[in-house]
Every structure is written in C-alpha cells, then in structure tokens.
Design a protein around this ligand. Structure first.
Ligand SMILES: [Zn+2]
Ligand SMILES: [Zn+2]
Length: 772
C-alpha cells in the first residue's frame, strides 16, 4: 500500500470506471496501479465479471488525464473495448491506491487473451548471463507468453491452466505477488528452478544426453528433421538453406510443392531474405508475430524448393523464447523451415506421446518439453493488401479475440465450411471466430472441430441453441450443426459476403463480389464467380462468370490441364483441341488424354458446369503452360500471379475485350473469347508475364464494368470483396483502386480470412440476424 498526499486547493472528484475487453491476465490491474501512483490518485482497482472496475479520486483535471492514459498507454496484450465513466459520490479510501482481490460474478463477459510473442524485456533477460532466466526457454511475463493455448477453464488463473503442475519457487512467487513487478499475476510465470523443462530425444523417443537447444541446432545444421514442441503444437523444422533437407521433408510429408514458411531470429535476418515494406516489418514484429507473406529476394540463399516457382514467401520471427534461443545458437541455421507437425489431413500434434507416435518416421529427433498444450493453435498467416492487414489463416495471436458486431446478433454457433474450417460462436454481440481447424474431411480433424467447439463454449460459458451452417448437405460441419433444432443454412457465397459485412458493421444491401474455387449453389452448377445483391436476410444473384464445363468433375480442380482444354473448347470449338492450334504446354499431354476430354466436352458427359473463378485461373495457367497438374490448392493462380508481377504496365496493353451477356436476368461475364487471343499471343511470342498480367487486368476490368452497370440499375455503391481468389494481391488491389476511383466504397476481409476460413463469421452474422 502506498500513501498519497493531495493538495487540498484543487476540486476533488471521484469516478467509477468500467473497462471492457481483454483486460484480465494481461497486466491491466498493475498498469492501473502504476498509472494511479504516477498521477497521485487514490482508490481501488479490481477484476470483475465485466472486466476491470476502477474507483478513483483526485483533482478533476488529473482524472481526465488518467482516463485518457488508460487507453493510450494500455499494456501490449490488452484489447480495450468500451470504457464507461460515471461520477461517484466518494471514495472508500482517500489515502492510498490498492489492488483488490477478484470478485466472482455471474457469467463472465471478460475475454481470454491470445498467445503473445516474446517481449523485448524477456528477450533481454534470457540473453543476460547475470539474469536468473539466462537461456531459459519458458520465460514470460504479463506482457508476453502463452495464454489461450494453456487455458483449461476460466477465470484465467494459474490453477486453471496447464501451469498448475509447476508450483512457483520463492523468487517467482515474490514476482507474482508484487504489483510493481512485470510478472505480477503473470499466470505462466516460471524459471529454471520451478518451471517446465526441455528434453532431447532421438527418432524413437529415447532420451539423449546434452543440452537440447545446442543439440537441436547441431542436428538441424547437419540436415536433420527435428520435431519441435512449440506454443500451440509441434513443428517439423529443417535448415531453410538446405535443398536436400527441404526435399527430404517434402518427401516424408508427401507435400511435393506446397509453399513452406520460414522462421528467423529477428527482423534484420528477415530482411536478408525478403524485401519488407515498413508495414510488413511492423506486422512481423507485432505482438501477434504472424507468418507474413512477403517478397522474396533474388539470390536469397534460401533453398529454392521452399516455395517452388513463387516470388512470395511466408516468414515469421521467433515468437517464443524456445525458438529464439534455438535460432541464437552459434550452430543454428539462420532460417528454419517450420511446417506444422502432422501428417497430411491430420491436425497438428500437441502431446508428447502423441507426437512420438504420430511423427515417428517423419522426424529424426524430438525437442520436447513438459508444459502441456491445452488448445491446439497453428501459426497465423497474414498478407498486407490494399494497405491493410489481411489474415489468410487466423490462429495464434488472433484467436480468440472476438470481432465486435455492431448490429444486433443472437447468440449462435456457426459451423463453417469444409475446407480451411473455422467455426464461430457469438456471445453478447461479440463473434468469437475460432482458430484454424483445417480440412474437415477425416475423423481426426472432426474430433479437433468438436473438441474445440466444446472447449470454447466452456471457456465462454455459453451454449447457443441456434446454429448456422453451409447449404452443402454432405459437409460434416453441416451435419453437426443440424443437431441443434434451430439451424439455419446460409449459402456459401452469401456467407463470404456476410463475413465482410460483419467485420465492417454493414447491414446492406451491398454488391457482394465473391471469387473462389467452389461453393454449393443448389441449382446443379458449382458457384464460384458471383455478384450478389446481399443483406443479412438474403441475396439475389445479379451477375456471374460464364459457365465452364468441369471435365471429370472434382478431378478438374486437381488437373488444371482439363480446364485449359475446356476453355479452348468453349472458345474455339473442337478445332481448339487439335494439334496445330494447341499451345505448346498442353501439347505435352498424352494424345489419348486430350481426346478423352474432347469427347467428354463434345457429349457433355461428366462435365458439370461452374462459374468458379479459381477454375478460370486454372484454365489460363494451363493454356500458358504454367501449371498442368496442381500440387496444392491455388497453385495455378499463384503461379499466374507470380508471372504477372514480372510484367510492366506497358507490356500488358492491349487489354482483352470485356464481353457481357444477359441470361435469365443475370449478367454473364464471358471468358470463352479469351481462348483465341491467348493462343494467338502465345504463338506470336508475347512473353508470359505480359499475358498473365493482361488476364488479371481483363478480369478486374470485367468485374468493375459489371459493378458500375449494377450501380446504375440499383444504386448499390457499397462493394464487398470476398472469396479465396481475393488473396491474389494484384487482382485485389487493381479492383479496389479502380472501384474507389469510380466512387464505390470498397470493403474486404481483414481479421476474418476472405477464404473459407472466414465463412463461419458470415454464417453467424446472417443466421444470427435478429432484425425483422
Ligand atoms: Zn515478457
Ligand atoms: Zn521459479
């Protein structure tokens, strides 16, 4: 207790202040305490079920400064929502400022903090040989460290986390109970005496001698694959400078081409490999430390099989002391490829025994520790587009921070889609979009989905009776949602639009442009290039991309060459598939395969129709010979975007014509007419980058033209951009700039991914709409 003296000459006043948001478990009360002392104010601060309650008194002007500083100087992990201030009669104690013990209330409306990257103070300590935490890989404080991944239930106190197995030593306990210490009430507080420890094992799980960090660094430098237990799960790590090590990892993980992300020690090292913008550098070093998709330097020294054929790479900075210390070892490679520790189509491993079993044969060594991971959280992935942070995968650092809903929304459980699944729980007008769950196709993933729903419902103390899901009847997520009596189906692309509307507080109607791979439309065709007039109640399809046949159905998505032939057939007829006219890339296909597809197209056998934008990208990439077989989702589009980056504006002229037609009241954006000019330009030797860029600009121009026409007819001037294809930076930025110049207000996904990882938010916003 500290006694404060006050000058009696000023007007004294008392206030009751309620602070809402993520304000518990983030050092907020000690921050308030120190702030009050600094301003010479008296009173109390306490946690309650609404957040933090402050009762404070002093000179009126000083109180104003104190309230302003609450928001301006809040601790890094706090996320302040509302601050309510009202005059109070008098103070309970006018001589000191005190932190009161927590009061338990009814249903807690307070929020759980996400896991936050190692802070600068803790980093300094683990590098300081005189500090008692020198080289200790589980160092943390109230400003950093694990939160969501170790919480078993609320309130967020040590006995309710996986740190309960580690009773604090005297030194840690003193820090924990000292309001002026950086570790005051830091629930995961630990040190080498009392906290979690590393263990270093061989590929069979047998303990090996030596210092784990040193040994792991040596093994990685020698080209081994090391399974590392991190914050929210296991990674498989290899030397990012070694082509052979990356090739081994790809072979063992059965992941031939999908781009991998790297982890480096610090920003300076990241700059050696990447050309970072200021905004990207700020995002890399933010409290969240996501993987940031950024421009790879040429001759970077990284193995080129990390992101084959691409000019962008995912990079992250070491975000736990363990990773930081590992990368600080003299022997350690400067860049580690870090991929999730799992087999294809399984969730990332979290438990030691589970990892030793499931990752056997994948990893040569294991770097384990004994702090249990309660909740599995993958790394988040973000990219800066059109000047904003856009999450491509929402997980560590971002979950479970809620998206505040500015329109009335019922408590609801939205179960998301099938690919890149995430679910969403709305409680009291706040949308908790879950961490990335993954592809909901196998039993293990489905278990992860159900467990995560149960866990988040328990932590939020909510059990919605209303549900929302995709219209696709076969999705596991849809079947799960239908167990609740009050279940609303939301069409896939309507949900995409809804997610952006939710994030930006829009009620609609908006013109929603959704470009993606595939969504269940319900009319027998596959949707994926749509413009809707949408609000929270429903939608009308105003425009779409022209139908292309999908020769072989789903197989067409894995084999872009099928789409290439389909586009040629639609534009040029059967002659388009004949040898002399065929672009060089497609000529490498076996004649029998080409003829088979030709017959399927001619007879319309097993050729469902699609307006998918993803498949249109596939078709063009195949015609240009960039991608005949797809090794991962989105590969053809990413290779096409990469080519387009190499072109100059001048090379892109002339533009391909925009071709619009009307069909049953829907505007149809023709694409078949591209086949002729693409083949002609290829034959004439126009460079691939120019062609790739022409295609992107044609697509943006076509869509903008249609949106302008729609505005003339309907007055809709709010545009929502969504769908997985919008992760294409060139397309997104070209569209956004052009639309804004034409006077539209343009909205895209930011904290909710524009791919299928965001649709649960849209389902919740639409399914939970309570207005009539
Ligand atoms: Zn810290
Ligand atoms: Zn200790």
């Amino acid at each position: 207790m500290i006694v404060v003296s006050q000058s009696a000459s000023q007007t004294l006043r008392a206030l009751r202040i309620s602070v809402h948001g993520i304000v518990q478990g983030v050092g907020f009360r000690p921050f308030v305490y120190r702030l009050a002392l600094r301003h010479g104010l008296t009173g109390t601060v306490a946690n309650n079920s609404d957040g933090v309650a402050i009762h404070i008194g002093g000179p009126a002007e000083t109180l104003d400064r104190f309230v302003a500083a609450l928001r301006a100087e809040a601790p890094p992990m706090a996320r302040i929502g509302r601050i309510e201030t009202r005059r109070a009669a008098r103070l309970p104690d006018e001589t000191s400022f005190r932190i009161l013990p927590s009061r338990s209330g009814a249903r807690p409306s307070t929020q759980i903090a996400p896991d936050i990257a190692l802070c600068a103070d803790c980093q300094g300590e683990i590098l300081d040989p005189t500090n008692r935490r020198f080289r200790y890989p589980f160092t943390n404080c109230t400003n950093c460290g694990p939160r969501f991944s170790i919480v078993e239930r609320i309130p967020y106190d040590r006995p309710n986390t996986s740190m309960r197995h580690f009773p604090m030593c005297g030194d840690c306990s003193r820090e924990y109970h000292d309001p002026l210490d950086r570790r005051f009430h830091a629930q995961p507080n630990a040190c080498p005496v009392c906290g979690p420890r590393l263990s270093w094992r061989d590929g069979e799980g047998q303990p090996l001698p030596g210092d784990g960090l040193e040994q792991a660094a040596l093994a990685l430098a020698a080209g081994a694959i090391v399974a590392i237990k991190g914050l929210g799960g296991f990674h498989l790590a290899v030397d990012g400078g070694s082509h052979a090590a990356v090739a081994t990892l790809r072979r063992r993980k059965l992941r031939p081409a999908k781009p991998l992300a790297i982890m480096v020690r610090d920003l300076a090292t990241a700059r050696q490999y990447c050309r970072l913008t200021d905004q990207e550098a700020a995002l890399l070093t933010s409290a969240e430390h996501p993987i940031v998709l950024t421009a790879l330097r040429e001759q970077s020294g990284l193995a080129e099989n990390i992101a084959p054929g691409l000019d962008r790479i995912g990079v992250m900075l070491a975000y736990t002391p363990l990773h930081f210390l590992l990368l600080s070892q003299p022997a350690a490679p400067k860049a580690l490829v870090m991929t999730s520790g799992n087999h294809r189509d399984e969730p990332i491993c979290t438990g030691n025994d589970e990892a030793l079993q499931r990752l056997r044969g994948l990893a040569d060594f294991f770097l384990l520790h004994d702090r249990e991971i309660v909740t599995r959280v993958d790394d988040s992935v973000a990219r800066i587009m059109d000047g904003r942070i856009r999450l491509l995968r929402r997980a560590r650092g971002y979950s479970p921070v809620p998206v505040p809903l500015r329109r009335p929304t019922a408590d609801i459980l939205a179960c998301g889609g099938e690919m890149k699944n995430a679910f969403c729980i709305v409680r009291d007008h706040e949308a908790y979009l879950s961490q990335h769950i993954g592809e909901l196709t196998g039993a293990a993933q489905f278990d992860f989905f159900r467990e995560s729903i149960d866990h988040l419902q328990a932590v939020l103390e909510v059990a919605p009776t209303r549900a929302a899901c995709d219209r696709h009847p076969d999705y596991l997520s849809s079947r799960y949602a239908h167990r609740l009596a009050d279940c609303r189906e939301v069409q896939h692309h309507h949900a995409h639009i809804g997610a952006v509307m939710a994030e930006h507080g829009l009620a609609g109607p908006v013109a929603g442009l959704v470009l993606d791979g595939a969504g269940y439309g319900g009319d027998g065709t596959v949707f994926g290039g749509e413009i809707y007039r949408a609000d929270r109640h429903g939608f009308v399809r105003l425009a779409r991309l022209a139908h292309l046949p999908l020769p072989g159905g789903d197989r067409a998505a894995e084999q872009p060459w099928r789409m290439g032939l389909a586009l040629l057939y639609c534009g040029l007829g059967p002659d388009g598939l004949a040898e002399p006219a065929l672009p060089a890339g497609l000529r490498t296909l076996a004649r029998a395969s080409r003829e088979m597809i030709g017959q399927m197209l001619a007879k319309g056998v097993n050729c469902p129709l699609t307006s998918s934008c993803g498949r249109l990208f596939d078709a063009v990439a195949a015609i240009l010979g960039l991608c005949l077989e797809s090794g991962y989702e989105g590969q053809a589009a990413m290779l096409l975007e990469r080519q387009a980056h190499l072109a100059t504006d001048r090379e892109a002229a002339p533009l391909y014509p925009v071709a619009l037609a009307e069909e049953k009241g829907v505007t149809v954006i023709g694409s078949a007419h591209l086949a002729g000019p693409l083949c002609r330009d290829l034959l004439a030797g126009v460079p691939l980058p120019a062609l790739a860029r022409r295609f992107h600009l044609w697509l943006a121009a076509s869509l903008a033209t249609v949106l302008e026409r729609i505005r003339r007819q309907t007055g809709l001037d709010q545009v929502v951009l969504a769908g997985g294809c919008m992760q294409n930076q060139l397309l997104y930025e070209t569209l956004a700039v052009r639309l804004r110049q034409a006077g539209f207000a343009v909205h895209g996904g930011e904290m909710a991914p524009m791919n299928d990882g965001g649709i649960a938010l849209g389902q919740a916003y639409i399914g939970g709409c309570t207005c009539v």
